[in-house]
Design a protein around this ligand. Structure first.
Ligand code: SF4
Ligand code: SF4
Length: 244
């Protein structure tokens, strides 16, 4: 055992590391007079160096510099080519997040239309992300959540303007994070493409929304409008009947 002990330290080796590392100051040439002139001028070295550099003024926010291609900015919840959401509400992103910045609540898809009392279908699988929030007061843009996502539903954009003057506005909700509808997509809820299974979506067999899906969405929107119109008329009738 005694053989394994380190040899006795030489004198001064147990000084604090800062003291050990500090190198002796270089002695300026020219004796005390040289030292008196050198030291004040040396202190301005960085100042002078900076004065003669080319000035680079960024006209932000009028002119925005493009970020690096893989810059980690605001997140985005992606869609399949027919508009159904890729998020399956599995919560893996929330578990992977070291800053506890993500809140997910999954729910089951329902093929009964909303107009018939159902909740509708939002993703091709069994489940979808009913609630999805990212708290940008906590997020450190590490990207671990996007690595954890099994469906590539969650990715990061290059958008970086995420400052605000209140906390509430920095908690982004699902409607803010969802990718906009691209050409060929229709907004969920709507059924899957006829004859396709969940795995077909991941095999790239779906490339756009079908006519049947569009008709379904249009019919649901018309039913919703009629229901809203009916409830508004009922409200107006009730207000008209109230004593003034
Ligand atoms: S980027 Fe990192 S900190 Fe931000 S939500 Fe994802 S895992 Fe959490
Ligand atoms: S974003 Fe991805 S990891 Fe997070 S709940 Fe949705 S599917 Fe799961």
């Amino acid at each position: 055992m005694a053989d394994n002990l380190p040899a006795e330290r030489p004198e001064g080796a147990n000084l604090p590391s800062t003291e050990r590392r500090s190198a002796p100051e270089p002695t300026p040439k020219g004796g005390p007079l040289g030292e008196a002139t050198y030291k004040p001028v040396a202190g301005f070295a960085v100042t002078f160096e900076t004065m003669f550099r080319k000035v680079y003024t960024e006209e932000y926010p009028e002119v925005k510099r493009p970020t690096a291609e893989r810059y980690h900015g605001r997140h985005q919840l992606n869609r399949h080519p027919d508009g159904l959401e890729k998020c399956v509400g599995c919560e893996l992103c929330a578990w992977a997040c070291p800053a506890d910045a993500i809140l997910v609540e999954g729910a089951s898809n329902d093929d009964t239309p909303i107009s018939e009392g159902g909740t509708g279908r939002f993703s091709p699988g069994e489940r979808y992300g009913r609630v999805y929030q990212i708290n940008y007061l906590r997020c450190i843009f590490c990207g671990l959540c996007i690595e954890a996502c099994p469906t590539r539903a969650l990715t990061m954009t290059n958008f970086y303007e995420l400052a605000d003057n209140n906390r509430a506005d920095l908690i982004f909700t699902k409607d803010q994070l969802l990718a906009p509808l691209s050409e060929g997509m229709v907004a969920a809820p709507h059924p899957m493409v006829e004859g396709m299974e969940e795995r077909d979506y991941y095999l790239g067999k779906v490339d756009k929304a079908t006519d049947a899906q569009r008709e379904y969405v249009a019919a649901e929107a018309a039913a919703q409008e009629a229901a809203d119109g009916g409830s508004q008329a009922a409200e107006m009738e009730a207000e008209g009947g109230m004593p003034r």
